[in-house]
Design a protein around this ligand. Structure first.
Ligand code: DGT
Ligand code: CA
Ligand code: CA
Length: 366
């Protein structure tokens, strides 16, 4: 199956958080500053909104220089409040974690995610999921973000950068070399100014140049491991997995049906391997679930979902088979169309070990 790896990066993060808190700032250049305290203005710009960037202000610039560039523009100079941004970041990560298969936060305002399974390997479906992530972050925190979607972490990261701000770049496997090829090598994740300069010296300027480089040349210059990485990065074939940084909150599987159908028994029988996959995930992570959802993607490509939530956590999947048939029958009668794709999701996950320790705890007199 095609891998669908995403990278989300929040736009001008600290400054945007300040704008959300104080919307009047949107009309002005905003610089978020780290004051060193030596003199009134000593310190650096942590980040700036895009209005301030138009005047050449950027992260890491001395506050004095930024102020000079912004003379006469009525700039807002805001003191950095790291705890505030951490709190917003934590809420966003929790939120996005619920919309993807696996989330790997890699910084205060960015994370990789894997949606291969939720999207059933399909890039149109992947685009919809990415749009729903952007929408959810905007609706919950009023922040815009940029997302890249592609076959590898390197491609995804590059994509989020290409679309900034408030963008979505979907780079399908077929388009990968066309999109990456013309870019300078320095755009690749893990290729810093030093590596870039060494590559340029041997005539490798673009990603396309790097993709056709002689592997033994790269190995000689950069060592076996990094040499191989560079080649994989340039061809979009790096297979580094997205490693869960947050507990999963759901497991899901969506399949494309062999034929469009309304028959719930047929749908569930084709979903059997998917339910097996969910069973394996639950067992491997020792988790129970509370909610089963049936997801139907109809012939007009609209998505309908129906869920059942149990009073107590459920271990094992026999109940999924039973409930799925009921839920798909309900979906079919209300939808009026055939299903083209169908999926199962379990959510409300909890560690089964926590439950046993909880019941022991409850049984202990206090
Ligand atoms: P973007 O992603 O280009 O729209 O803008 P930012 O501001 O989100 O940039 P990013 O993603 O590189 O960094 C995320 C946050 O990290 C940023 O809002 C502030 C902080 N940050 C980035 N670079 C620096 C720096 O050089 N110094 C300090 N103190 N903080 C920084
Ligand atoms: Ca950012
Ligand atoms: Ca970032």
């Amino acid at each position: 199956m095609n891998r669908l790896i995403g990278h989300i990066d929040l736009d001008y993060f600290y400054a945007q958080v300040e704008e959300v808190e104080n919307p009047a700032l949107r009309e002005r250049p905003v610089i978020v500053c780290v004051f060193s305290g030596r003199t009134e203005d000593s310190g650096v710009v942590s980040t700036a909104n895009y209005r301030a960037r138009d005047f050449g202000v950027h992260s890491g610039m001395p506050i004095v220089s930024a102020k000079k560039r912004l003379e006469g523009t009525n700039p807002a100079i805001v003191r950095m409040d790291h705890e505030k941004y951490e709190a917003v970041s934590a809420r966003i990560m929790e939120n996005v974690n619920q919309l993807v298969d696996v989330l790997e936060p890699t910084g205060i305002d960015e994370a990789f995610f894997d949606i291969t399974s939720s999207a059933d390997g399909d890039y149109d479906r992947g685009r919809e999921i990415a749009e729903s992530i952007k929408k959810s972050v905007f609706e919950s925190e009023h922040l815009t973000s940029s997302i890249g979607l592609g076959r590898s972490k390197v491609v995804a990261k590059l994509g989020s950068d290409l679309s900034k701000p408030n963008g979505l770049t979907v780079i399908t496997p077929e388009k990968t070399s066309d999109v990456l090829g013309p870019l300078p090598v320095g755009k690749l994740y893990g290729v810093g100014p030093k590596t870039s300069a060494s590559l340029n010296e041997i005539g490798i300027k673009t990603v396309a140049d790097l993709a056709r480089a002689d592997p033994s040349d790269l190995e000689r210059l950069f060592g076996r491991k990094f040499g191989a990485y560079l080649l994989a990065a340039a061809t979009g074939t790096d297979d580094a997995p997205v490693v869960a940084g947050l507990e999963p909150t759901q497991f899901s599987r969506i399949v494309t049906l062999k034929e469009d159908t309304k028959d719930p028994h047929e749908v569930v029988s084709q979903l059997a391997p998917g339910i097996g996959y969910i069973e394996a995930k639950l067992a491997a992570s020792k988790m129970s679930f509370r909610t089963v959802s049936a997801i139907g993607i109809l012939t007009d490509l609209s998505t309908k979902t129906r869920s059942k939530t149990f009073e107590t956590p459920v271990v094992g999947v026999s109940v999924i088979h039973e409930e799925a048939t009921v839920l798909f029958a309900e979906l079919a009668s209300s939808a009026g169309r055939d299903f083209r794709r169908a999926g199962i999701r379990v959510s409300g996950l909890a560690h089964t070990e926590d439950q046993s320790s909880l019941s022991e705890f409850v049984g202990t007199p206090r």
